[in-house]
Design a protein around this ligand. Structure first.
Ligand code: FPP
Length: 250
């Protein structure tokens, strides 16, 4: 598919989704294709994170959510888990000041309770430092699984019920939404998965009810602004009906 030579956004471009979420996949295959260790794929993956955060800000995306570490990733070999945690630590240590000076607000979703105190502290520091920023919001999904998030939400709702603060007739989809990890953020308009795999893998299952899904063949370490724009272009050609009918005359 060829893309017209227009810039994304602005009067000459096409619609920019407000919230883009990305399943960053293919670091291992990128490395294997080059005879490199998987760790090198993840290291290059962090460079793609930097590029993508910068590009998303330039394009005018309001919220960028990145799936950095899933609840299921703990089943990987210990050495790979160490690499991934190390890269996240490094990313926050090296890039937090720059994100902050670029007015980026950092948010974290996922289960924090089971994380080690130093990682928990780092995530809190990133959120705390950038709390008042009002530029792009960067949501890092860390130790995140959608079924786990929904289960946590239901548990909190049940606690409200047993404390007598809510009754069963108060339970609606909207109410349950308020117990998710980032209830104040809008659902993603566009979810991109790299590396050619076509599934959600326990990512934002509640919030993706009406998201457009775009699967791109690029391995995550090769993802760049052009690939992001291409995915947004694909999104802009979709007709979003949210269960309703097509707009008259369309
Ligand atoms: C998928 O590749 C990617 C991950 C499991 C983690 C993504 C993490 C990073 C890019 C680094 C840390 C993140 C931040 C926000 C600094 P894979 O290993 O599943 O690749 P494969 O399917 O080809 O094996």
């Amino acid at each position: 598919m060829s893309m017209p030579k227009v810039s994304v956004g602005g009067s000459s471009g096409f619609d920019v989704p407000r919230h883009v979420a990305i399943i960053m996949d293919g670091n291992g295959r990128w490395a294997a294709a080059r005879g490199l260790p998987r760790a090198e794929g993840h290291r290059r993956g962090v460079e793609a994170v930097r590029r993508t955060v910068r590009s998303a800000g330039e394009i005018g995306i309001d919220i960028l959510t990145l799936f950095a570490f899933s609840s299921e990733n703990w089943s990987r070999p210990q050495s790979e888990i160490r690499d991934l945690l190390g890269l996240l630590r490094l990313y926050i240590r090296n890039d937090l000041a720059e994100l902050n000076s670029n007015n980026v607000r950092v948010r974290i979703i996922g289960d924090r309770e089971t994380l080690s105190p130093d990682v928990k502290r780092l995530l809190e520091e990133a959120e705390g430092l950038t709390r008042r920023n009002d530029g792009m919001t960067l949501v890092v999904a860390f130790n995140y699984g959608a079924r786990q998030e929904i289960t946590r939400a239901v548990r909190r709702l049940a606690e409200e019920l047993s404390a007598g603060r809510l009754s069963s007739s108060d339970i609606t989809a909207e109410r349950l939404s308020q117990f998710m990890d980032a209830p104040d953020l809008p659902d993603p308009d566009l979810i991109i998965r790299t590396s050619g795999e076509q599934r959600l893998s326990n990512f934002l299952l509640w919030q993706s009810a009406y998201s457009e899904l775009v699967f791109v063949p690029t391995f995550w370490p090769d993802f760049d602004r052009a690939a992001l724009e291409q995915a947004i272009f694909e999104y802009s050609r979709r007709e979003r009906r949210f269960g309703g009918l097509a707009a008259a005359g369309s």
